[in-house]
Ligand binder design. Sequence first.
Ligand SMILES: [Zn+2]
Length: 247
Amino acid sequence: MLTDTHCHIDAYDNPLAVLDDARAAGVHVIAVTEDPGKYRLLRTRLGRRDGVDVALGFHPLRAGAASPHDLARFLRLLPQATWIGEIGLDFSRAGVATRKQQRRVFEAILADPQVRTRPVTVHSRGAERETIARLAQAQVPAILHWYTGPLSAVEDALVAGLWFSINPAMVRSKKAASLLQRLPPEHVLLETDGPFARSGSRSAVPSDLLGTLDHLARLWEIPTSEARNAVVENQQRFFGTHGQSPA
Ligand SMILES: [Zn+2]
């Protein structure tokens, strides 16, 4: 089964319909959250539902305004979380003023050894080099989601064993094209970042992973079925590094 490793299910108008559509397309969904409160809400809302894992998140732009209580809550929920995300750093214009607070939250999360045993999806906009360096130091083999940083940092990320998740908006962007050229296929995973990422004129949904696969197949000059096998193998290796079986 293909896995959408980064999807904001709680931000769609009708999350359950999106999940039904994903299931029909054979796509397992990792529902990232932006803070521990939203994680608990979404878990309650979805209950025990097949085809989706809710990830415990602390978005860097939320971390800027977080209280010590929020961080404590995150760390308390960590043992029960099967996925972590999204977490990370954002030093773009939106986040530059809260760099200090973001670092405090990110460091506290990376310092918890449980993070090394969970799949993690990470935001790094405008802070790519620092994010990569910290993940490398903490030995967290995370996924860099929607990477838009310098190509010169990609090599460091690969050496650190990091992964890159590709979404439908990226395969349409010129900047991402040069990233895709440089990425070895064995470090590629898939995501939608829906509904924030677009697929053409609408919000991306998990079943759009199939179109992204077509694109990767053309880029790698192999049939789509082989591209699919390659990504599924990557998923297995990625989950294997966390002692988890793939969804
Ligand atoms: Zn996101």
